[in-house]
Design a protein around this ligand. Structure first.
Ligand code: GDP
Length: 478
């Protein structure tokens, strides 16, 4: 069996660059698409404490295995997929509406916009796709299910209100997903607007404006009057160019579910975002744990279409059941394979539900550290007052256990919320609550998502617990 560097990296859950570096240190100069022989594979695998099974069997039912890389020469530029985030009432919905109105109705005469969970606009012949469920909950729920669909985040901050808790949450969610942020300073039409203050406040979170020597793009807008919207769209295209977003339109389609529901007349209906390849009417498809053949496709203007290329959202019918937002989809060559894989996945899901897969928890932390599966422990800190948040964060960062880093990915004052749990689940983090508790929704979500929440009233106890877990001393066996 041989694997390319990229394939091996994927199996080991590492970046290809890391594998290349390791190979280099072992005296092998390799590129990302280079085939590695058995010896090299074993050598690298052993570096990560992984044993190579004689035959590397590719799990056909794992849809992720179909998300393979394309050859450079097959790639073409694709539109960016943008999510709008920000604090409640700062103007996310108005911004989405404003963009849609100015661009869609002007360009596409006769189009009746239809809510399918995402829409596309065209600026000077270039397209941008917007997910039109604003807010970071949708973003993070998708990510928790394995779907990374957002290329760029537009952070909307009201110029008359400044940085608020959900602004900070949005920043942390975007950072955790490694998605670039453009700041839209909204409501500049208001006499009380103070864009400078927004910029000032956001520098504390590392979003330093270009004018001040940083690399964050700020665009002043008024979603209400439409001022600055064109500029915002141009900036999105600019960032998109820098990111070099590409896909191969000439392969079988794959991507993610944006939303799905059961329609009385049409049966299961799902909005799919094509992330690679081109989707056609008639394609045999597996979507999450459902399958079928694409019967009809409708775009965001309510028009029937026959095909949909990379970054295009389309609503499809023809599935045997309703998938979930964030599910992956893959098109297969023939209906028989699609049906087999779809049914096998359904079985597995039922089984997995029984076995309840475990996420990161302090109880199993040491085991995972020992097996070399983890080098970093992600932590979310919530406390009753800002002082405690800071004290606890500082103390956590001082913990020094060999080979493991603690990374505080989000902090906040107040009860542990569902959004905290979603972020923890998506980032495989644990949550530490200091003098706060999870609210009812968060509690329920933590149970289903298997997120470990630790509550404390004394800082050194919290630190002690983490430290012991890292050293394997929570478990009585050690
Ligand atoms: P969301 O909760 O972030 O989606 O915020 P909305 O888009 O619902 O906006 C909240 C309120 O702010 C609404 O009453 C909007 O009309 C208003 N609003 C949004 N953008 C602007 C703006 O640019 N200028 C002014 N003056 N009001 C705005």
């Amino acid at each position: 069996e041989s694997l390319t560097v990229a394939e091996l990296a994927k199996k080991l859950n590492r970046e290809p660059s890391e594998i290349i570096k390791k190979l280099f240190l072992l005296g092998v100069v390799a590129t990302i698409n280079q085939q590695l022989d058995k010896d090299a594979i074993e050598l690298i695998a052993s570096e990560y404490g992984v044993k190579v099974e004689e035959e590397v069997v590719i799990d056909q039912t794992d849809l992720e295995t179909y998300f393979t890389e394309d050859r450079e020469e097959d790639l073409e530029v694709r539109p960016p997929v943008v999510t709008i985030m920000g604090h409640v009432d700062h103007g996310k919905t108005t911004t989405l509406d404003s963009i849609r109105h100015t661009k869609v109705t002007a360009g596409e005469a006769g189009g009746i916009t239809q809510h399918i969970g995402a829409y596309q606009v065209k600026i000077d012949g270039k397209k941008i796709t917007f997910l039109d469920t604003p807010g970071h909950e949708a973003f993070t729920t998708m990510r928790a299910r394995g779907a990374q669909v957002t290329d760029i985040t537009v952070l909307v901050v009201a110029a008359d209100d400044g940085v608020k808790p959900q602004t900070v949450e949005a920043i942390n969610h975007a950072k955790a997903a490694d998605v670039p942020i453009i700041v839209a300073v909204n409501k500049i039409d208001k006499p009380t607007a103070n864009p400078e203050r927004v910029m000032q406040e956001l520098t504390e979170y590392g979003l330093i404006p270009e004018d001040w020597g940083g690399d964050t793009i700020y665009v002043p807008i008024s979603a209400l009057t439409g001022e600055g919207i064109d500029n915002l769209l141009e900036m999105i295209l600019l960032v998109s160019e820098v990111e070099e977003l590409k896909a191969n339109p000439n392969r079988r389609a794959l991507g993610s579910v944006i939303e799905a529901r059961l329609d009385k007349g049409r049966g299961p209906v799902a909005t799919l975002l094509v992330q690679n390849g081109t989707l056609h009417v008639g394609d045999p498809i597996v979507v999450g744990h459902t399958y079928g053949r694409v019967r009809a496709m409708v775009n965001d203007l309510g028009r029937r279409v026959k095909e949909a290329g990379p970054s295009t959202p389309v609503e499809i019918t023809g599935l045997n059941d309703v998938p979930e937002a964030g599910d992956r989809f893959v098109v297969f060559e023939d209906e028989k394979t699609a049906r087999q894989i779809g049914e096998a996945r359904k079985q597995q899901a039922v089984q997995a539900h029984r076995n309840e897969t475990a996420r990161i928890s302090l109880d199993t932390l040491f085991e995972q550290l020992k097996q070399g599966e983890m080098k970093e422990l992600n932590v979310i800190v919530k406390a009753d007052v800002q002082g405690s948040v800071e004290a606890l964060t500082a103390a956590l960062q001082k913990i020094d256990v060999e080979g493991v880093n603690i990374k505080v990915i989000h902090t906040g004052v107040g009860a542990i919320t569902e959004s905290d749990v979603a972020l923890a689940s998506a980032s495989n983090a644990i949550i530490i609550g200091f003098n706060v508790r999870p609210d009812a929704n968060a509690k329920r979500a933590a149970e289903t998502e298997k997120v470990d929440i630790r509550l404390h009233r004394i800082i050194y106890k919290a630190i002690e617990e983490i430290e012991s877990a890292m050293k394997g001393m929570l478990d009585p066996e050690y």
